[in-house]
Design a protein around this ligand. Sequence first.
Ligand code: 6PG
Length: 253
Amino acid sequence: SNRGDFKVFESRDDLATSLADYVAGLSKSATEGRGSFTVVLSGGSLINALRKLTEPPYLDSVDWGRWHVFWVDERVVAKNHPDSNYKLAYDNFLSKVPVVPGHVYAINDSLSAEAAAEDYETVLRQLAKTGILDASKGGDFPTFDLMLLGIGPDGHVASLFPGHPLLSEKEKWTTFIRDSPKPPPERITFTLPVINSAANIAVVVTGAGKAEALKKGLSDEVHDGLLPIQMVSPKSGNLTWFADKAAAVNIVS
Ligand code: 6PG
């Protein structure tokens, strides 16, 4: 499809193994090339799909010391709050692998939504100057090696929700919302241009509750305006979908 490479798996377990291979492969080429691997996490069920990376053989074969970890979105709560995307990723993934703590770029939880979004963009711009974050392609946005996205049942990605004015942001790298339909309401999020500038975007979709959103995400049919997932379309990078059978029930291949 012109919507990238679509992979469907019998079970969540098979999906997790293939996803681990995929991430490990991208980590290898990025670390051998630029020397760092910049990977962006989402909240929600995505983190569980990364669990195989915390086990052998990946635990020992991945060059974790060269990973730099970011968040595509974060809720404006303390880092130890049950709603924190950082906490979810730390408890279930990052605490189980030897990443360098100083390479884990959590969103500052002591600031207001607006200030935290600005602060995150400053952090990213600094990393782009040092070359840790690839800015060599020119243009106004950095090239993350890998964006790992989930989809909400309503077709949202990151904290970009259907019909929201943020979908037309053209300049900022990170921004904030105070009216998220998915609680909690205050969030920091990457903008679409940053997402679409990534070298690789993986969309991970599991469970029957995502079947409609996945079907729409793979099509270019417009109903009530394009859904955020339909607007995920890398400018020059690769788009790969990882779905389980339950989510892919409506997809005829
Ligand atoms: C969040 C986010 C996003 C997440 C999607 C899908 O929850 O913070 O908006 O990061 O990937 O909402 O979440 P589920 O996979 O849990 O449905």
